[in-house]
Design a protein around this ligand. Structure first.
Ligand code: MN3
Length: 248
């Protein structure tokens, strides 16, 4: 037996002895390495302002953990990676970058479109949901009545548009500087910001948003999702949109 293989055996035996005596040490060594920290840089994953289980039973905690902690965080990490060689991406407002994708080089345009679009869309999404979201009222309710035919027609139209979006994408209510509202969809992680518009609110119809709980039943998810909407946040976004201060 070579010294090397003897040493390997002795090490293995010592390891087994150690595991019998002190299993916690072995568990600690066997634990998976922590996930690599998201590449640091100018882009930051906004923390949820409510617990991941706060939207149950309509959106389950596991879906929230994966959606915020994995999907959104990956868009942020990818933007920080591309910003290392393209620092101008992080020094301009997100709306400016997304509104001028054609100014970007071919090598990064699609990466920015997908990942900065995803970052903007999800930042809005977490903000316009929450527990105890209240009811639409005031200016935003008046605009819904004026432009979208009232709440019942609005919700039916929004759900229908979200259901029609083939594959992955979003259904939004876009708002212009005059406060006029319209329902629009976008594929993938495209954002109304790419067209110089602002999303007042929106729902994510990628399967990752609902599959654990609803599987293929997107229509059920779209209907249940209204229970998670934070109307106070939407009223604030509406006022900011009209003031020209709504970022993403
Ligand atoms: Mn998503």
């Amino acid at each position: 037996m070579s010294p090397l293989s003897r040493r390997t055996l002795m090490t293995a035996a010592a390891g087994m002895a150690a595991s019998a005596a002190a299993p916690r040490v072995v568990f600690a060594q066997a634990a998976p390495a922590p996930a690599p920290a998201a590449a640091t840089g100018p882009f930051v994953l906004p923390p949820l302002t409510y617990p991941t289980n706060a939207l149950e039973p309509h959106i389950d905690a596991r879906t929230m953990e994966i959606h915020h902690g994995k999907h959104h965080s990956t868009y942020v990490a990818n933007m920080n990676t591309v910003a290392k060689d393209n620092p101008q991406l992080g020094s301009q407002p997100i709306a400016t970058v997304l509104g001028n994708l054609n100014a970007l080089g071919d090598d990064i345009r699609t990466t920015v479109r997908n990942n900065l679009g995803g970052h903007a869309n999800h930042t809005m999404f977490w903000q316009i949901m929450g527990p105890d979201g209240g009811k639409p009222e005031g200016d935003v309710l008046a605009a819904i009545d004026r432009d979208l035919g009232g709440m019942e027609k609005f919700q039916a139209g929004f759900n229908a548009a979200g259901g029609r979006q083939f594959g992955s994408g979003w259904v939004f209510v876009v708002v212009d500087r005059s406060g006029k509202l319209a329902i629009e969809t976008r594929p993938n992680q495209d954002s109304p910001l790419m067209d110089g518009k602002r999303a007042l609110m929106g729902n994510d119809v990628w399967e990752h948003a609902y599959y654990l709980n609803y599987q293929n039943r997107r229509a059920d998810y779209l209907k249940a999702w209204w229970n998670t909407v934070n109307w106070k946040a939407i009223s604030e976004r509406y006022a900011a949109a009209k003031a020209g201060t709504l970022g993403v």
